[in-house]
Design a protein around this ligand. Structure first.
Ligand code: DGL
Length: 274
């Protein structure tokens, strides 16, 4: 048994889609979340910048005495995961391998669409992982950079979201994919809109679920599960920008009552560290 927390990192609120699954699959685990909301989006930035930003954030989380870390950001998983694993001496799980595995298990016609940020799609990480497991699968990738600001601004159920989704996904629908990987942790927040646009014959893959299951397997195998019952007060959400906006998103999306949110400045020591 290990009652330390699991760290969860994303550039903004997208990682909450992973937190939601973790809370269902591992209800006894405490979570320390870090959302770099002051610098989101990462997906339009260069590889060097994404690496630098993510290293700074994980340095912060590393000081929180976590027992394992989920990089709940496809962009960082695609571009910086290997580097982070080299620097930090802890178990680090990204979202791309679990998401690829899920897509390969689901597809029947072997045509898989992958949507993500510019950096994720440019990296080719999903394509590599999907083909590593099943060489015969064909991957059609599409960057959807406007999805992140739409989600961050709480516009997921609006006509703006609907029109943008049609604009981006038309190509994939025409390619006759039967599966689309939501390769950005922000996208499951748009799931209803995406479903309406693609119709019921295309399966949507949310890598968050498979990622939470992989974390459970790791903790079980290494006898690291927390056996004490938790309540939401034990979860801490660190962010780098406006607390009210994050609180609203948290309420809309996970419905956590009175969450413990702390705004921090990465350059200064956090109050609870002084
Ligand atoms: N949510 C993140 C991802 O999964 C990144 C969004 C962004 O910062 O551009 O890719």
């Amino acid at each position: 048994m290990d009652n330390r927390s699991i760290g969860v990192f994303d550039s903004g609120i997208g990682g909450l889609t992973v937190v939601k699954e973790l809370m269902e699959i591992l209800p006894n685990e405490k979570i320390v979340y870090f959302g770099d909301t002051a610098r989101v989006p990462y997906g339009n930035r260069s590889e060097d910048t994404i690496k630098r930003f993510s290293k700074e954030c994980i340095e912060f989380l590393d000081r929180k005495d976590i027992k394992a870390l989920i990089i709940a950001c496809n962009t960082v998983s695609a571009v910086a995961l290997d580097m982070l694993k080299e620097i930090f001496d802890m178990y680090i799980l990204g979202v791309i391998v679990p998401g690829s595995k899920m897509a390969n298990n689901i597809t029947i016609n072997k045509k898989i669409g992958v949507i993500g940020t510019n950096a994720t799609i440019l990296s080719g990480a999903y394509e590599k992982n999907i083909k590593n497991e099943s060489i015969e699968n064909i991957v059609y990738s599409k960057a959807c950079p406007l999805f992140v600001p739409i989600v961050e601004d709480g516009l997921s159920d609006t006509t703006i979201a609907m029109e943008t989704t049609k604009f981006y996904l038309d190509e994939l629908i025409k390619e006759n994919v039967d599966t689309i990987v939501m390769g950005c942790t922000h996208y499951p927040i748009l799931e209803n809109t995406i479903k309406t646009v693609v119709g019921k014959n295309i399966n949507l893959v949310n890598p968050a679920k498979e990622t939470a299951i992989e974390m459970k397997n790791y903790l079980e195998k290494n006898s690291l599960l927390n056996e004490e019952v938790q309540n939401n007060k034990n979860n801490i959400f660190y962010i780098t920008d406006d607390e009210n906006k994050f609180r609203r998103n948290l309420l809309d999306f996970i419905n956590i009552d009175n969450p413990n949110i702390k705004k921090i400045n990465l350059k200064e020591k956090c109050i609870d560290e002084k």
